[in-house]
Design a protein around this ligand. Sequence first.
Ligand code: SF4
Length: 322
Amino acid sequence: AMPMLEIKDLKKHYSVRKGIFRQSEETAKALDGVSLTIGKGETFAVVGESGCGKTTLGKTLLRLIEPTAGSIRFEGTDITQLNAEEMRRLKTDMQIVFQDPYGSLDPKWTIRKTLEEPLRTHLRLSGDAIRAKVDEMLQVVGLTPHHGDRYPHELSGGQRQRIGIARALILEPKFVVFDEPVSALDVSIQAQILNLMQDLQNRLALTYLFVSHDLSVVRFISDRIGVMYLGRMVEVGPTDEVFSHPLHPYTQALISAIPEPDPAKRRERIVLAGDVPGPRNQPPGCAFHTRCPMAMPECRSIRPELQTVSGNHATACHLYKD
Ligand code: SF4
């Protein structure tokens, strides 16, 4: 099957002024050469701590952030080459759902107006057709047409996220980025929203990119997972395999920190020294070497590239040289 998305060597570098007189300049590398293929109908999860570049990646794929270099092929077309009008048309195919729907819903608009807006902007439909489409969409996300008359503050957090999803899906996209869609919700509500996302994916043949720091959520929802550290992918593989046999020492540490109720399956917790250095202070060689319990001398100078270790499970780490 043709891939939905092919990302090659994607970079987003910012120059940042520093010093009391802002006299010097340094480069922050939010994305530092990410390559990735996402298949049709797949849920690919991108995980990592805050500042690893995962949110930048999600937004760059829709060009809400312009990449510094690299290509993004969506069904074969490099969208980094499209002009504003062509990009606008692509909005019907590519959409995003944010963590905080409250922040992205206009408080002065009824839900109906919020859901009608993309239809009016992108499709030529009659008033009746728009109304019918909004009613249908409200039902698809588990609400009723009556919710259309409400304002965002009159809804619960879970209902607002259902509206966030409805707004993203109303133009019938093929690809949806979810940026921490359940992190702001109570755990009991999280499961409902994740189930809704899965149900919609099956019914509407959608492809998802799911950005999250929460490995338990990712394990539940994704087919494959990519672990990011300081703007680079350090491990990519099928979710089951990454959880049962994490290759990269960073992934091993992240997984060891997930609470495991079954004592037989419990791993020893790997506690990492120090904090993430931040995208402006990317260490040379393997960017993880300052915190890695397995670091070797070469890790300080030689950058490990993402390489397949077995099947479609890859990692960027010198421990797996052949
Ligand atoms: Fe650790 Fe070296 Fe592997 Fe980096 S390359 S993760 S420092 S062992």
